[in-house]
Write a new protein. Structure first.
Length: 406
């Protein structure tokens, strides 16, 4: 098989790999708690499902729509942005895509020339780097040691003549942190000054907890707004990962280019999902709020238990999304395990699936999703704690034995 150089350069998604490993263990009868997932565990709210069924029954779902989405869906998105974020976008600023993944993919295809560099705060979501590479771009990782704080200096150090874009994600996957408004304003102004566009992935923007505030890059004045492309979707807010609807908000010229691109790549996003999404944006607020509250309860329950696990360090309680990204270097030291062995031991011995921080650019961490029931979360924390304790004892005994034999 003569595969292209382009595809040889791409790593399969680590989160998808974890998901399939956990699923196959579960299929063989093992009671796996899957904290590797990146999706809400709720059924899509009824009113959204009903709108989809109606569009099938009245025959509307049978046909293609405009490649960039149905007009009524764009109007619903426009109205939602106005109500939820106090942001004005017109229909010509909006493209609807097959998931936020395609929203990002099409945006990179539309904006990047070969060799263009994209500044990407590290840790980062797994698909960004691969999507940038698929568009011929070069991901440049910008270390952000305190993941809640963006400093212009960090970016300045990586600025070259080839820098084209900055990619931001807040609330973040994998850390669950949100960026502060002041930091975003400074970085936004810096990027305008250097003629760099900002891609702001705001897919977790409505999953924010405990009174913390999310700031959209669209809300920082017209200078920054005009320089920003916002990515969003229905997957996380409305528990609609399977429906595959994403959104790009940006300059009409970019939207036209993205439309041309997707018209050849995917065609329109599934028509039935578009009708479902109209209902999400017009009637889904109450159900979305209940799900948000449930995530908040889970975060507040799991965080204190997680930081009790020996060798787990997470000084700041996350603010949004549904992930925890603790530093586990202490636990690796205690157990004498490598991070690969720790993650695979957690799955095979403790039956808890998590994702190695390496996949997000930061080894020595793991990502745990709390999109699980309270019972499962409590059980998972017990299992992880006992895994660390058991393996710590073993490695201590091993240490003693080897000392004695020496
Ligand atoms: C940060 C981030 N952006 C985008 C996506 C893609 O979402 P979608 O299901 O709409 O493709 C995900 C999904 O995990 C994500 O975590």
């Amino acid at each position: 098989m003569q595969l292209s150089e382009r595809i040889k350069n791409i790593k399969p998604s680590a989160t998808m790999k974890t998901l399939s490993l956990a699923k196959s263990l579960r299929a063989s009868g093992v009671d796996v708690i899957n904290m590797g997932i990146g999706e809400p565990d709720f059924q899509t709210p009824n009113s959204i499902q009903e709108a989809a069924i109606e569009s099938i029954q009245n025959g509307k779902a049978s046909f293609y729509t405009a490649a960039s989405g149905l007009e009524p869906l764009k109007v619903a998105i426009k109205n939602h942005y106005q109500a939820a974020f106090n942001l004005e976008y017109e229909v010509e600023n909006i493209a609807v895509t097959t998931g936020a993944k395609m929203a990002l993919y099409a945006t990179f295809q539309a904006l990047l020339n070969p060799g263009d560099e994209v500044l990407l705060p590290n840790p980062y979501w797994v698909s960004y780097s691969e999507q940038i590479k698929l568009a011929g771009g070069v991901p440049i990782l910008v270390p952000v040691p305190d993941s809640g704080k963006l400093a212009v200096d960090n970016f300045e150090q990586h600025l070259t003549a080839k820098t084209k874009l900055i990619l931001l994600n807040s609330p973040q996957n994998p850390t669950g942190e949100i960026y502060h408004k002041d930091d975003l304003i400074k970085l936004g102004n810096w990027s305008v000054d250097h003629d760099l566009m900002i891609i702001s992935d705001e897919i977790y923007g409505e999953l924010v907890y405990n009174g913390n505030q999310f700031t959209s890059m669209g809300n920082l004045g017209s200078r920054i707004k005009e320089n920003t492309v916002i990515i969003n979707g229905v997957s996380k807010t409305y528990s609609m990962t399977g429906w595959r609807i994403g959104i790009v908000l940006g300059d009409p010229q970019l939207i036209k280019s993205i439309t041309a691109f997707v018209s050849h790549a995917t065609g329109n996003p599934a028509t039935v999902s578009q009708y479902a999404s109209v209902a999400a944006f017009t009637q889904g607020a109450k159900a979305a709020e209940l799900m948000r509250q449930e995530f908040e309860t889970r975060l507040n329950l799991i965080y204190p238990k997680l930081i009790e696990i020996p060798g787990f360090d997470l000084p700041v309680k996350p603010h949004g999304a549904f992930y925890l990204f603790p530093n586990i270097e202490g636990a690796l030291k205690l157990t004498g395990l490598s991070s690969e062995a720790f993650v695979s031991g957690l799955l095979t011995d403790a039956h808890v699936a998590v994702v190695d921080g390496k996949a997000f650019g930061v080894p020595g961490h793991i990502r745990l999703s709390y999109a699980l029931s309270v019972d499962q979360l409590e059980e998972a924390m017990k299992r992880i704690k006992s895994f660390v304790e058991t393996n710590s004892k073993r490695s201590n005994i091993g240490g003693k034995l080897s000392n004695e034999t020496n």
